[in-house]
Design a protein around this ligand. Structure first.
Ligand SMILES: C[S@@+](CC[C@H](N)C(=O)[O-])C[C@H]1O[C@@H](n2cnc3c(N)ncnc32)[C@H](O)[C@@H]1O
Length: 276
């Protein structure tokens, strides 16, 4: 029953494009009509409906807690996890005067954690709803939320010092990933850095070819809406980046960066690259 309810909730929040959670046209308009605390409350409720953000995925609601109190508590947990991502993963690559792109920013928690440490962030995503939630929950003076389709008009070409992307590339097909790299090449300064959080293949993370060969209805729906996760080998990343004009300078184990052993982190890497 709760699975059916989830499917109904996901369907009404889906946008028309592939992988477009919270992309439904009504989401930004609905949030814009609300004021103050109601806006934040509904932004959190909408995010909790969406399987891309799993905002309530790691915490458990207490019996004596209202849903909104629970989501408020989850918000604080996510803020802390994204601060840790900034400190342990990104801080070493970003400088206070940098202009930065957060590629696939979602509701902007990572951008908010980074914002105090750089000059300007363009927070880019394909989901109108995630961007609308991001503005409400994680708006900062130096963060500009940008829909991917408008980014060419907004982000200055050849001037960006760093582009980072966290928990995004695993949702991209090879074709979309190549197009992302071409976009990054246009925005990045000649000495700019690409900082990519990526997933290697393992038992849970299948390759694109494996996902495509899954003919079941569930498999095809997961593929269409980005609920699959693609793993790629380190060699594949090096080659794909090289073909798009980037040289990989570092490939770091996420477990080492976070300083702890963790089943999920074990097959994740941080790839740092510059223009050739
Ligand atoms: C799992 S969320 C991660 C959000 C955020 N980076 C974080 O770590 O909190 C993945 C995000 O990537 C976005 N995304 C997927 N494909 C994209 C694309 N082609 N261009 C830009 N964003 C994309 C999704 O809309 C979603 O918001």
């Amino acid at each position: 029953m709760s699975r059916t309810l989830d499917l109904v909730k996901w369907t009404i929040a889906l946008g028309s494009g592939e992988q477009n959670f919270l992309g439904a046209k009504w989401v930004p308009g609905f949030l814009a009509r609300l004021k103050g605390d109601s806006q934040k409350k509904w932004a959190l409720r909408l995010l909790s409906m969406s399987p891309h953000y799993f905002i309530d995925g790691t915490s458990t609601k207490r019996a004596d807690e209202t849903t909104d109190a629970f989501l408020g508590r989850v918000f604080d947990v996510i803020v802390e996890t994204r601060i840790e991502i900034y400190e342990k993963v990104l801080a070493g690559y970003l400088k206070s005067d940098d202009v930065v792109v957060d590629y696939g920013c979602g509701p902007g928690f990572v951008a908010a954690a980074v914002s105090a440490h750089v000059r300007k962030i363009y927070a880019l995503d394909i989901s109108d709803g995630a961007l609308a939630c991001g503005k409400i929950l994680n708006g900062r003076e130096n963060i500009e939320f940008v829909h991917a389709k408008d980014s060419e008009d907004v982000i200055p070409k050849g001037c960006v010092n760093a582009i980072y992307s966290y928990a995004v590339i695993q949702h991209m097909t090879d074709e979309v990933f190549r197009s992302m790299l071409d976009t990054c090449a246009r925005y990045l300064h000649a000495k700019g850095k690409l900082i990519l959080h990526v997933q290697l293949p393992d038992d849970a993370w299948k390759t694109e070819a494996e996902w495509r060969s899954d003919a079941s209805a569930k498999g095809r729906l997961k593929f269409k809406y980005g609920l699959h996760c693609f793993g790629r080998t380190e060699e594949t990343f090096v080659q794909m980046l090289s073909e798009r004009g980037f040289e990989v300078t570092e490939c770091l184990e996420m477990e080492r960066l976070f300083g702890r052993e963790d089943r999920e982190l074990a097959s994740q890497r941080l790839i740092v690259a510059g223009k050739k």
